[in-house]
Design a protein around this ligand. Structure first.
Ligand code: AMP
Length: 217
């Protein structure tokens, strides 16, 4: 089973992708994570992508498509994948459809996680994560129970994404509405879209996804 998680930045795609990975044995493929790791390792792709990412702009399609397809090819034969953050433009979606048909594969469900913009700004600009285990926290909604100590692994080191500041977040939301949200119509035309209320508590969002996937695994 192959899935796409679609939704604005901060909708909880990464959090839900990790939970789906655990429960359904699928592999999360996050284009944002791939690009961040390329930037960190200062690869040629990373050097090209960095300035776009810092501004909250989309990295050009040809760069992203190459990176994502390289990872996708590595999962041939595995149980299935969850695309998180890809595709984000009509050209990326078309390239993905071509890749899937060349590899006799297809997308089973496109899960849209919907959250109002005003909430997203707080969710993104407040978020930080544990350097050691990746557990995600938020200044407004979820602080560690003991200040400065990760609930999950006890680490005292946390990090924030450079593009998670209020100005960049607003730009990322504009880009989402202009370039990415139209993909909902594209996939609805293929009969694949299920919309989920991402404003609900995490467990309820997970429950809605389970209800969709539980019968199809
Ligand atoms: P994310 O972690 O998904 O929020 O992505 C962080 C940043 O990486 C985005 O703001 C873009 O600059 C870049 N990025 C991630 N995925 C894509 C994509 N599919 N197309 C273009 N840029 C992307």
């Amino acid at each position: 089973m192959n899935l796409i998680l679609l939704g604005p930045p901060g909708a909880g795609k990464g959090t839900q992708a990790k939970l789906i990975e655990d429960r359904f044995g699928l592999k999360q493929l996050s284009s944002g994570d791939m690009l961040r790791s390329a930037v960190e390792m200062q690869t040629p792709v990373g050097q090209k992508a960095k300035s776009y990412m810092d501004q909250g702009a989309l990295v050009p399609d040809d760069i992203v498509v190459d990176v994502v397809f390289e990872h996708l090819a590595g999962f041939k034969g595995a149980t299935g994948f969850i695309l998180d953050g890809f595709p984000r433009t009509a050209d990326q979606a078309a390239a993905l459809d071509r890749w899937l048909s060349e590899h006799q594969s297809l997308i089973d469900h496109v899960i849209v996680i919907a959250v109002p913009d005003d909430l997203l700004v707080k969710r993104i600009s407040g978020r930080f994560s544990c350097v050691n285990c990746g557990q995600v926290y938020n200044d407004y909604f979820k602080l560690p129970s003991v200040e400065g100590v990760c609930d999950n692994c006890g680490s005292k080191e946390f990090k924030r994404r450079k593009d998670d500041n209020p100005e960049t977040v607003k730009h990322r939301l504009t880009v989402y509405h202009g370039d990415t949200a139209p993909l909902i119509g594209y996939y609805a035309g293929q009969g694949k879209v299920t919309s989920i209320d991402g404003n609900a508590p995490i467990e309820q969002v997970t429950g809605q996804i389970d209800a969709l996937l539980g019968t199809t695994v």
